[in-house]
Structure formats: C-alpha cells, structure tokens
Ligand binder design. Structure first.
Ligand code: APR
Length: 186
C-alpha cells in the first residue's frame, strides 16, 4: 500500500525534473518509457530503437503481455539496455483533439509513474510520447507531460528523478521552454 505523503514545495518538484537532448536507449535510469503500439510487438521511432538496443528477449517478454490499451502501461526487464526496466505505454493517435487524446496522453504519464512506484523504482526517463508517428501537437503534448509529471511528483516522493529525453532540437527547445514556464508560474 503506497502511503500518500505531505505535498512537497514547487522547488522540490522542479529539482526532480530534467530535460536533456539525447537517445533514451542510452540513459542509465531505473526505467525508460517506451512509446509503444497497442500490440507491444515493436515498431519504428523510439519503439524500434528500444527493441534494437534491448535485444530479442524484449520482444519475447512483450509477447507474454498480451498487448496494452491506449493510456495504459506495462513493464518488462530492460535486458541489454543500461536501464533495468522498460515501461511500455501507448499514447493516443492525434485525431483532431475531440477524442479524449489529451486525457489519454496524461494517463500514459500517470500510469507509467504509478508502475514505476509500484516496482520501487526511483528514476524514470520519458520520450516525447505521441509526438512522432502519432502526430500529437508538440507544444500541447509537452505541456501535458510536464504538468502531469509535476502533479504526480507532488504527492509521490518515492520517485526521485524524471528525465525528459528529447531526440530532436525542436522537441528539446519546446521542453526547455515549457519547464521554464512552469518554474516561473511556481
Ligand atoms: N530516444 C528518444 N526519443 C526518441 C528516440 C530515441 N532513440 N527515437 C525517436 N524518439 C522521439 C521522436 O523524435 C518523438 O519525439 O520519440 C518521440 C515519439 O515518437 P515515436 O517514436 O514516433 O512515437 P509515437 O508518436 O508515440 O508513435 C508511436 O510509432 O514506432 C511506432 O510502434 C510505435 O505504433 C507506435 C507509434
């Protein structure tokens, strides 16, 4: 049973959130989050990169999971990755914004962190979920990611570090600007 905890200060929360530009498959954190498909059987983008780096045992493990609904998350070992675990979550495909896309994307972040906490993990790295093949508008997705993560960290101190790993310059700039907005608002 995970006990709720007294709220932390905005400074405490923001200190736990880091934005970097890089390759999520190289991150030395407890868990990296994969932007997967509902089949969990691999794909392109970050999903393909994670499966290539983790090796074939990751796909074998994913086959046992029976897929994953959009907005939900499932966990496997990281195998050949530097990260010990992979949390597979399925972001929403952007269809114009009137099919619960924003709520589903928020659930991806919340459910991934809940799973990390349930496994007593302390550091988690996220890609920019749904902003590639799934075409979710980057600015809106970034704001949802940072808002959801900061709200989660406020009442779940067991998670000590969340790293947002941006693969491209545009994504990196958007995350840095959004983090700055949150800091100013705090
Ligand atoms: N490290 C970090 N981020 C990465 C990496 C990487 N190695 N490779 C790609 N990205 C970034 C992309 O630049 C994008 O910003 O991850 C973000 C998410 O893009 P996608 O990987 O296309 O994921 P998504 O938009 O959620 O679409 C998921 O694509 O690959 C398929 O099987 C996957 O069906 C699923 C869909």
């Amino acid at each position: 049973m995970i006990q709720p905890s007294p709220s932390a200060s905005p400074y405490d929360i923001l200190r736990k959130m880091t934005v970097i530009r890089g390759d999520i498959t190289r991150q030395r954190v407890d868990a990296i989050v994969n932007a997967a498909s509902t089949s969990l059987l691999g794909g392109g983008g970050v999903d393909g990169a994670i499966h290539r780096a983790a090796g074939t045992r990751l796909l074998e493990a994913c086959r046992q999971l029976g897929g994953c609904p959009t907005g939900e998350a499932k966990i496997t070992l990281g195998y050949k990755l530097p990260a010990s675990w992979v949390i597979h979550t399925v972001g929403p495909i952007w269809r114009g914004g009137d099919q619960q896309e924003e709520q589903l994307l928020a659930r991806c972040y919340r459910n991934s962190l809940l799973l990390a906490e349930q496994h007593h993990l302390r550091s988690v790295a996220f890609p920019a979920i749904s902003t590639g093949v799934y075409e979710f508008p980057l600015e809106r997705a970034t704001h949802i990611a940072m808002t959801e993560v900061s709200q989660f960290l406020t009442s779940h101190p067991a998670i000590e570090q969340v790293v947002f790993v941006c693969f491209g310059e545009e994504s990196y700039r958007c995350y840095i600007e959004t983090l700055a907005e949150i800091q100013i608002a705090s």
